[in-house]
Design a protein around this ligand. Structure first.
Ligand SMILES: CC(=O)SCCNC(=O)CCNC(=O)[C@H](O)C(C)(C)COP(=O)(O)OP(=O)(O)OC[C@H]1O[C@@H](n2cnc3c(N)ncnc32)[C@H](O)[C@@H]1OP(=O)(O)O
Ligand SMILES: O=C([O-])CC(=O)C(=O)O
Length: 375
């Protein structure tokens, strides 16, 4: 074989391939660290609101008090969904997955935006804010519809996390529970070139509109190897039922070479940077909601997996039981992820737009050699 004919190296799943630069976030697997625009996520989770983090991801700096005030005003003013969008969402089959609902809602927002194709940075930022503001209204209306309840209108005097919880449950839970939920939103907001963000960047690279890019990202996030894992974790925990069965269940899975959802990561091989913070949030929620059984199960599953394989939990592992204890139905876990990741996706859409190159890799053909059609 000559050098010219040498088989190309195949990067299955693009593993290990550096595709582009980004200034949005940095994942360092060696030190299990993650920064958004230079700030450690742990620091942001402890000291910031989700709105501050959204502003940071979009503008590159944390807001001043005046900037935050204006940002919140704009976000709060756009929370309401018009009747036609609520009607459209209410007409979707009740047994469809709530991710179908958010995907459809974003598609609708694109269809009704007369300036859908405006790709200037101010326009992209305005559209991003509109999506961030309205997604909780849609997700909460769908939560209530599935429970046979009327939607609750958004309140402009409540913060992002409080307002969403109020729209779902008709009351704002105690501050420690709101904080734990808000921490999950901050941790879910951004993670460099993960599959859904990359999907958004691929669509953006064709000079398509932001709604199409976000719709593609939602589709990518839904899968259980990505965002859908938070739902799968809780289904597994319910199937196990009793902490006394957890070790046996895990060993059974591993002996059958089944993938255990909520464990492992493409980039982190020594533990997910976000897990300690989210595990603490889960423990806080469990302490306030009689969740001891799920904590025991969590510890046994984590320990058994670690002893048997060395594989660590990812962010979806603590988030699953935390959301369950907060009172969410399982199928709404990944839509909540969307409500948060919309910030990271759209930061990347702006970055891709401002420094664009069509994303179009090569493939190695392994099909039948060229042949002729027999007349
Ligand atoms: C927010 C997020 O999206 S975080 C990710 C959420 N996804 C999940 O939790 C799904 C479960 N996890 C997985 O499927 C994987 O760990 C992935 C897809 C996330 C990353 O996988 P990759 O980097 O492609 O690693 P890959 O799947 O090749 O795994 C390497 C080895 O570890 C094993 N492994 C990895 N994750 C797991 C797991 N969750 N359960 C059991 N074994 C696992 C694989 O079977 C493989 O073993 P082998 O070498 O003997 O075949
Ligand atoms: O980075 C990844 O591949 C998946 C992930 O953890 C995320 O998107 O938050």
């Amino acid at each position: 074989m000559t050098a010219a004919q040498e088989a190309p190296v195949i990067h299955k799943g693009l593993a290990g391939v550096v595709v582009d630069t980004t200034a949005v976030s940095k994942v360092v697997p060696e030190t299990n660290s993650l920064t958004y625009r230079g700030y450690a996520v742990q620091d942001l989770a402890e000291n910031c609101s989700f709105e501050q983090v959204a502003y940071l991801l979009w503008h590159g700096e944390l807001p001043t008090d005046a900037q935050l005030e204006l940002f919140q005003q704009r976000e709060r003013a756009q929370r309401r969904a018009d009747r036609s969008l609520l009607t459209l969402v209410a007409k979707l089959p009740e047994n469809c997955h709530p991710m179908d609902v958010v995907r459809t809602a974003i598609s609708y927002l694109g269809a009704e935006d007369p300036e859908e194709d405006d790709r200037s940075t101010p326009a992209l930022r305005a559209k991003s804010l509109r999506m961030m503001a309205i997604l909780p209204t849609i997700v909460a209306a769908d939560v209530r519809r599935r429970r046979g309840l009327d939607p609750i209108a958004p309140h402009s005097h409540l913060g992002f996390a409080e307002n969403f919880l109020n729209m779902c449950f008709g009351e704002v839970p105690e501050p420690a529970l709101v904080k734990a939920f808000e921490v999950s939103l901050i941790l879910y907001a951004e993670h460099s070139f993960n599959a859904s963000t990359f999907a958004a960047r691929v669509v953006t690279s064709t000079m398509s509109d932001i709604y199409s890019a976000v719709t593609a990202a939602i589709g990518a996030l839904k899968g259980p190897l990505h965002g859908g894992a938070n739902e799968a974790v809780m289904h597994d925990m319910l199937e196990i039922g009793d902490p006394a069965r957890a070790e046996e269940w895990m060993l059974g899975k591993l002996s059958r070479k089944d993938k255990v959802m909520g464990f492992g990561h493409r980039v982190y091989k020594r533990g997910d940077s976000r897990v300690p913070t989210m595990k603490q949030a889960f423990l806080d929620v469990a302490a306030l909601t009689d969740g001891d059984k799920w904590v025991q199960m969590y510890e046994i599953l984590e320990e058994t997996m670690d002893k048997s394989t060395g594989i660590k939990p990812n962010l979806d592992f603590p988030t699953g039981p935390a959301y369950y204890l907060l009172g969410f139905d399982i199928e709404v876990f990944t839509p909540i992820f969307v409500m948060s990741r919309i910030t990271g996706w759209t930061a990347h859409i702006v970055e891709q737009t401002e420094s664009n190159a069509l994303i179009r890799p090569l493939s190695e053909y392994v099909g039948v050699p060229q042949r002729s059609v027999k007349p």
